[in-house]
Design a protein around this ligand. Structure first.
Ligand SMILES: Nc1ncnc2c1ncn2[C@@H]1O[C@H](COP(=O)(O)OP(=O)(O)OP(=O)(O)O)[C@@H](O)[C@H]1O
Ligand SMILES: O=C(CO)[C@H](O)[C@H](O)COP(=O)(O)O
Length: 334
């Protein structure tokens, strides 16, 4: 860490395992730099180790397997600029290791299964995102990773997903109600009965009315727009690309919705889309495209997942700058 933070900004990144949280965190590091940002993985607050969970039949998704009191106390302490001794959950052994000292940092990211579950923790978070990956896509991603990289069998991956489902629906999914941004990843509408899940429909739901958060819009704020950008300025091969912008009601609150269905053939051409978006929180025209191009190897860089992850990161940077500027102004006044 470089300097003692005047104001710790707390970012929440929520979602199931294998939903793209780590990829998103790498994109956040591009924006904030490693020095300014500390990531707390909430798996470290598992109160039951792997053996205890197996014996009791309680999954890691179940709140009973997690110590929310300690999570709250420690996150509150970090936000107040105090160091903590955070427990460590060891994914290799399945056991809880001796704690490690964590110093407060300018940006503290709390990521994992439950950042928005406990009301006390939720209240501390300044900006949050929930990764809402549809079952079809989740299965395709998990199978691709766990079979290719971890040597698991197809049936085992599927069985694992299905066994988590009841607790996922009970304890993880409901958190999306509280997120400032929800990134939904769905099968494409452009191919009938698509089973490959390579082409995706990605929606970014942005909460309306949050202090300081100005949702990004396409063409004309508040309107409803369906746009096919393929043509002279955007190369699209089959099955093409569709963009949508409009508003909706989500868990009883207004949200602005941006949607990209399809994939980019040529990532440099994303600049064409970027020039038609407003309130992107970029510092210069083309920054979004530049950030995407910087890591074209990250999964999803050629579709809406990458684009909206970058946009969400930019919104978090904006919130960080807004909150720290406010703090600096208050410090000058006293
Ligand atoms: N946008 C994407 N497009 C295609 N595949 C993706 C995308 N995001 C993630 N994946 C796939 O899912 C896997 C998991 O992604 P990632 O490690 O970012 O998720 P995670 O939520 O951090 O998972 P975990 O909690 O299990 O570590 C990746 O290795 C990749 O195979
Ligand atoms: O959903 C998870 C969060 O990453 C893990 O399944 C949970 O943390 C338990 O880990 P492990 O399977 O290594 O015991």
């Amino acid at each position: 860490m470089t300097s003692k933070p005047e104001r710790v900004v707390l970012i929440g990144v929520a979602g199931d395992s294998g939903c793209g949280k780590s990829t998103f965190l790498r994109r956040l590091i591009d924006l904030f730099g490693e020095e300014l940002m500390t990531v707390i993985c909430l798996d470290d607050y598992h109160s039951l180790d792997r053996k205890q969970r197996k014996e009791t039949g309680i999954t890691a998704l179940d709140p009973r397997a997690n110590n929310f009191d300690l999570m709250y106390e420690q996150i509150k302490a970090l936000k107040n600029g105090q160091a903590i001794d955070k427990p460590i959950y060891n994914h290799e052994t399945g056991m809880i290791d001796p704690p490690e000292r964590i110093e407060p940092n300018h940006i503290v990211v709390v990521e994992g299964l439950h950042p928005l579950y406990d009301e006390r923790v939720r209240e501390l978070i300044d900006f949050s995102v929930y990764f809402d990956i549809s079952d079809e896509v989740k299965i395709a991603w998990k199978i691709q990773r766990d079979m290719a990289e971890r040597g698991h069998r197809y049936e085992d991956v599927l069985a694992q997903i299905n066994s988590r489902k009841p607790d996922f629906e009970k304890f993880i999914e409901p958190q999306r109600e509280f997120a400032d941004v929800v990134l939904q990843v769905l099968p494409t509408n452009l191919i009938k009965n698509d089973t490959e899940r390579k082409v995706l429909r990605v929606r970014m739901l942005q909460r309306e009315g949050k202090d300081g958060f100005e949702p990004t819009y396409l063409f004309d704020e508040g309107s409803t727009i369906q746009w096919t950008p393929c043509g002279r300025k955007l190369t699209c091969s089959y099955p093409g690309m569709q963009l949508y912008y409009g508003s909706d009601v989500y868990y009883g609150r207004y949200v602005s919705v941006l949607e990209v269905d399809g994939q980019f053939d040529n990532l440099e051409e994303v600049i064409y889309i970027e020039t038609h978006l407003s309130n992107t929180s970029t510092k210069y025209q083309g920054e979004m495209t530049h950030l995407l191009l910087q890591h074209r190897e990250y999964p999803g860089s050629n579709n809406g997942t990458g684009l909206f992850q970058v946009l969400t990161g930019l919104k978090m940077r904006d919130e960080y700058e807004r909150l720290t500027a406010k703090e600096a102004k208050l410090a000058v006044q006293v």
